[in-house]
Design a protein around this ligand. Structure first.
Ligand code: KG4
Ligand code: ZN
Length: 347
């Protein structure tokens, strides 16, 4: 096929996003517009994302986001070839809002509707940003997910391993709450860690002693809770330095686990494949610069290429959904009005 222009919608967690992506085969995909409305402030008082509040906010912001994305792209709807929307996995109210909005647009405009798996959106981002060729090895690491995937094609992924309990982003968010740092926890813990001593506490690196590339992060969360409670019991509260040291210790432990398990995933890949893969990272936690640079070191060690999307395309966005939808569409797939919102949807 030739040039395609796709409107994408994303509303599966706490960001309402719309984007327009244009792509001509053989050329770099072009993000003509990408808007993201974060809901962090709406959920701040509750210590986590409240599904009902999230769903309402998505319902209110989706049409506004679409309008803004179309204006920013400088296009009318006649220039759009298809509507792509996150159909899961995620908080069902938000996913439903997006799917209903996309169905309305598709019906009114007479344009094809494409349901996209949110995880495929993250996992295909290296193709959007870097034209990474299949197959590649992907570490998808976000607020709700953590897995090593072998990406063979736009809808073909093999899971090599992943977390057996929490996702690292969730652990970053929990750690931030324990330390009294703002949400989302990833960026605030990363910032606090800059002036911290990561060796002040001996924190666990769960499952590093086991073969394979499964991971675990819940024990680390508990260890941070205990270390914090010890300090609070001894001094009555946390100083700025205590916060930084705990943040640095936590981030170093997560980084060590991700780096070592990436080595293992790479070894698993190399044992079965003749070629060296590109290693790609995606998802919100991939925005962490300490983690990115450690993964880059691991890749350099093995002499394999490394790609990480720009920070704004690591965290949730609709450009990745538009692009993943375009890849599905080019493969000859689309949906109809029977498209359903799926709270769970493994790749
Ligand atoms: O991909 P994403 O936007 O949403 C999910 O699909 O989960 O990821 C959000 C997660 C949050 O837990 C957030 O704290 C984390 O990504 N995150 C980070 C950073 N920026 C966002 N974690 C570590 N370091 C960061 N700089
Ligand atoms: Zn995500």
């Amino acid at each position: 096929g030739g040039t395609l222009t796709v409107l994408g919608l994303e509303s599966s967690c706490d960001d309402t996003a719309a984007a327009v992506v244009r792509h001509t085969p053989g050329e770099m995909p072009d993000i003509l517009a990408s808007t993201v409305y974060g809901q962090t402030d709406l959920h701040a008082a509750f210590g986590g994302v409240v599904p009902e509040i999230a769903a309402r906010a998505h319902a209110e912001k989706l049409d506004v986001s679409v309008k803004q994305a179309m204006e920013a792209a400088g296009l009318g709807f006649d220039a759009i070839d298809a509507i792509a929307v996150t159909a899961g996995p995620g908080l069902i109210g938000g996913v439903l809002s997006g799917v209903m909005c996309a169905k309305g647009l598709s019906a009114a405009l007479g344009k094809p509707l494409i349901g996209v798996n949110h995880l495929a959106g993250h996992a295909l981002t290296p193709r959007l940003t870097d034209q990474t060729e299949f197959p590649y090895l992907m570490l998808l690491v976000s607020g709700g997910h953590c897995q090593f995937l072998l990406a063979h094609g736009p809808e073909e992924f093999t899971r090599l391993g992943g977390t057996i309990d929490d996702a690292p982003g969730e652990a970053f968010d929990k750690t931030a709450r324990l330390l009294g740092l703002p949400q989302p926890g990833g960026p605030s813990v990363e910032q606090a860690a800059k002036s911290g001593n990561s060796k002040r506490w001996r924190l666990p690196r769960p499952l590093l002693d086991r073969p394979g590339c499964d991971m675990s992060f819940s024990g680390l969360k508990t260890a941070i809770l205990r270390a914090r409670d010890e300090v609070v019991a001894a001094k009555g509260g946390l100083t700025e330095q205590d916060r930084s040291d705990l943040a640095a210790g936590f981030q170093a432990a997560v980084t060590d686990v991700l780096a070592e398990k990436t080595r293992r995933a790479l070894q698993l890949y190399l044992a079965e494949n003749p070629s060296t893969p590109t290693i790609a990272v995606a998802g919100g936690v991939a925005a962490n610069l300490a983690i990115r640079s450690r993964l880059q070191e691991v890749c350099a060690e093995f002499g394999v290429a490394f790609t990480a999307p720009p920070l704004a395309l690591c965290t949730d966005n609709a450009a990745m959904i538009a692009y993943a939808g375009m890849e599905r569409f080019r493969a000859g797939h689309s949906d109809d009005m029977t498209l359903t919102a799926r709270p769970r949807w493994p790749l």
